[in-house]
Design a binder for this molecule. Structure first.
Ligand SMILES: [Zn+2]
Length: 193
């Protein structure tokens, strides 16, 4: 074992019993000790068998992977919420590429209108390169409301555990690409479409 690992481990072992950290015996060659513990947020079992920064974050916060992931996401939303694309509690990344085979949602068309509190409120775009992020848990949906909605009949459809997306119809001409979005000059100049 390396020196750093030893000192880290002994530091943790001191309070191990009190803090509920149980070392995990690894069947693979590990250069540090992993722990299992009870997640302080959801009560599930946390196992910090992840690379940094997750390893340290999870252990210090006593959070499982999911709960730690959402703590990190929450920090990102605090900074970026009003420029993000959130529709029905789901985070998207609308790209601006119109050719190539590796586009999001297989290059299908999605029309999107931004709404308050987005800095793009009132602006409409068409993407042929829509990337799907995460569905936010309820406590984050309340804090970070939707910033956009689909147009032209596009929707996220849930069938059992399967999620699929139906693209916009082609009844209207495509709107500008997402890379044309510009933050509204001020709130008073923002209009709903
Ligand atoms: Zn948890």
């Amino acid at each position: 074992m390396e020196t750093r690992t030893m000192s880290d481990a002994s530091k943790i072992d001191d309070g191990g019993a009190a803090s509920g950290l149980t070392p995990i015996e690894t069947t693979w060659k590990a250069d540090k000790t992993y722990y299992r513990y009870t997640c302080v947020k959801c009560g599930g079992e946390g196992r910090n068998t992840y690379c940094e920064p997750s390893y340290t974050q999870m252990m210090e916060r006593r959070l499982c992977w999911d709960c730690n992931y959402w703590v990190e996401e929450e920090k990102r939303y605090e900074k970026e919420h009003r420029t993000m694309t959130i529709i029905d509690g789901h985070v998207y990344g609308p790209g601006s590429r119109t050719s190539g085979s590796m586009r999001g949602m297989a290059g299908r068309r999605f029309d999107i209108e931004y709404i308050e509190p987005s800095v793009y409120a009132g602006q409409r775009v068409t993407t042929f390169d829509l990337w799907s992020g995460s569905t936010m848990p309820d406590h984050l949906r309340e804090r970070f409301p939707d910033t956009a909605r689909f147009l032209g009949g596009a929707e996220r459809a849930q069938v059992g555990e399967t999620t699929c997306w139906n693209p916009s119809d082609h009844k209207s001409k495509p709107y500008p690409l997402p890379n044309t979005l510009k933050p509204n000059a001020s709130k008073s100049e923002a209009h709903h479409g």
